[in-house]
Structures are given as C-alpha cells and as structure tokens.
Design a binder for this molecule. Structure first.
Ligand code: NAI
Length: 264
C-alpha cells in the first residue's frame, strides 16, 4: 500500500480495548469516522463501550492467548467490519514489584505471556492477514520499562521484548505494505496503575517525582500518538518505538544530581 496517499476508512482491532489506553484508542478511531473492534477478556466492559461508541464499534470478547479463539473472532468480524487495516496491541496484566525469591515462575510467566505471547499471537492472526492483503499498520504497546529496568521482573523484560518483536516484524512485513511500530508510555491514568493486589492504595508521589512533566499521562493523549502511527501521516515510520512518557526516559539520570529543575 502507498501510505503517502490518504487511507480508506480505518478499521482497527484493539486488544485490551475495553479499558484505559485501548478504550481511548477505540474512541479516537470512532471519532475519526473509523471502525473499531474492542477485543478484550472483559466481555461486559467490551459490550458497554461498544454500546457507548455506537454502530461502528463492535465488542469482540476474547483472550489474546487463545490463537484458535482469535481466528474464530477474525471470521466473525469479517462480516461486521470493513477489511481490517489496523491492529493495536494493548492487552496485558499489571505486576506489583516483587523480589525474585518471592515470585514463582508461574506468576512470572502469566505476566510475560499476557504482554509478549499475546502480542505475538495477535500479530500472527491479524497482522498476517493484513500482510496478505498488502496494507495496514500495527501499533504495539511497550513501556518506559522497555528501556529502563524497574523492580517488575516479568513486566519490564516482556516490554523490552515487545520492542524487539516490533522491530523484527517491521522488517519482515516492510515490503508487504504493513508498518509495525510501538509506543512507550509513561505512567498513564488507567486502572492498570492500581491493580487489585494494591487494593486501590497507591502513593503516586514517586511516579510524579520520576516524571519531568510532573503529572500522569492521560489515555486520550496516548491514543493521539497511536492514531498518528495508524494513519498515513506516519507513512515512513516503521520499526520505531515512540516514547510518550512526559520525559521519564530523558529524565532518568537526573536524580543523583538533585532531581529536575523547578519552575521559576
Ligand atoms: P488497563 O488495565 O486499563 O487495560 C488493559 C485491558 O487489557 C483490560 O481491559 C483487560 O481486560 C485486557 N486484557 C488483559 N489481559 C487480556 C487478555 N489475555 N486478552 C484480552 N484482553 C486482556 O491497562 P492500560 O493502562 O490501558 O494498559 C494498556 C497497555 O498499556 C498495557 O499493555 C500496559 O502494559 C501498557 N502500559 C500502561 C501504562 C500505564 O501506566 N497505564 C504505562 C506503560 C504501558
């Protein structure tokens, strides 16, 4: 596909589309006149959002770890959406910081799989179909932790691998009309920041202190970047991971020198 020419209507599958960043992406696509499939484990939330967004939004309950299930969903969606030309991989579960001694392999693998294997399977199912049709764009969701390790020993490595997978698929599909990029959000104001293990309690001060902009990202702000990467305006961008982090990566070396300069 010639991405320099205006694309036809966006028709986008959004995994993890029922909440947070994924829901904001669905909203942005619908606002732009496109179609969105809200693919999420949370069936009720997917249906509620689809009702709110109107007839161009479709709820697609599903698990990104279930390849056969995704293929069935793909068949069902073929009758409900124009040919899919976008995939946004937002699905995944949070991890609270844990010492390796207290973190069983099974718990580690659950988190890694939800981000890495889930992205791989969704790309294999929906990305391959776009490559077959010779057009489209994939946006994977990485993290600032892809580039700066933290005490989340499953989440960080999985997100680092998502960047590598993004680059590899970008090269593999480059001559087939399919661009593949990632975003690396900083801390974004979604339910993900307060997983149930934290029982709603979380002191945001350390996060705000680590963010030069001094605030959380909003899901709608992240969705703008995703929307750009899906659009023909990003026609020469493939294999890139775009930080949308309020300066977290840039600022990560400042703490030993007294932190960030204050206004005034
Ligand atoms: P969220 O928790 O609001 O939404 C995640 C959605 O994914 C939920 O609706 C959940 O049901 C769904 N999901 C989880 N596992 C699934 C599976 N196996 N199959 C299908 N759906 C599944 O989280 P948020 O914040 O919107 O996160 C979206 C992505 O952004 C995640 O990959 C997360 O790691 C990433 N991210 C989030 C940041 C944040 O601060 N909120 C920062 C950096 C990256």
């Amino acid at each position: 596909m010639d991405h320099a020419t205006p694309d036809s209507t966006l028709s986008v599958i959004v995994t993890g589309g029922a909440s947070g960043i994924g829901a904001a992406v669905c909203r942005r696509v619908i606002e732009a006149g496109g179609h969105a499939a809200i693919l999420d484990l949370n069936q009720e939330a997917a249906h509620t959002l689809a009702r709110e967004l109107g007839p161009r939004a479709v709820a697609a309950p599903g698990d990104v770890l279930d390849e056969a299930g995704l293929r069935a969903t793909q068949e069902r969606l073929a009758a409900l959406l124009p040919a899919v030309n976008g995939l946004v991989n937002c699905a995944g579960i949070a991890q609270v910081p844990t010492a390796i001694e207290d973190y069983p392999v099974e718990a580690w693998a659950r988190v890694v799989d939800s981000h890495l294997k889930g992205t791989y399977i969704a790309c294999r199912v929906f990305g391959s179909a776009m490559a077959e049709r010779g057009r489209g764009a994939v946006v994977n969701v990485a993290s600032v932790l892809s580039f700066r390790p933290g005490p989340v020993l499953a989440y960080g490595p999985a997100k680092a691998a998502v960047v590598n997978l993004t680059e590899a698929l970008a090269v593999q599909w480059a001559r087939r009309g399919l661009r593949v990029n990632a975003i690396a959000p900083g801390w974004t104001d979604t339910p993900f920041l307060k997983p149930k293990e934290r029982q709603g309690e979380r002191d945001m001060t350390p996060i705000l202190n680590a963010t030069p902009l001094g605030r959380l990202m909003q899901p709608s702000e992240i969705a703008e970047v995703v929307f750009f990467l899906l659009s023909p305006a990003a026609s020469v961008i493939t294999g890139a991971t775009i930080p949308c982090d309020g300066g977290v990566i840039a600022g990560s070396g400042w703490a030993p020198y007294g932190g960030f300069p204050q206004a005034g």
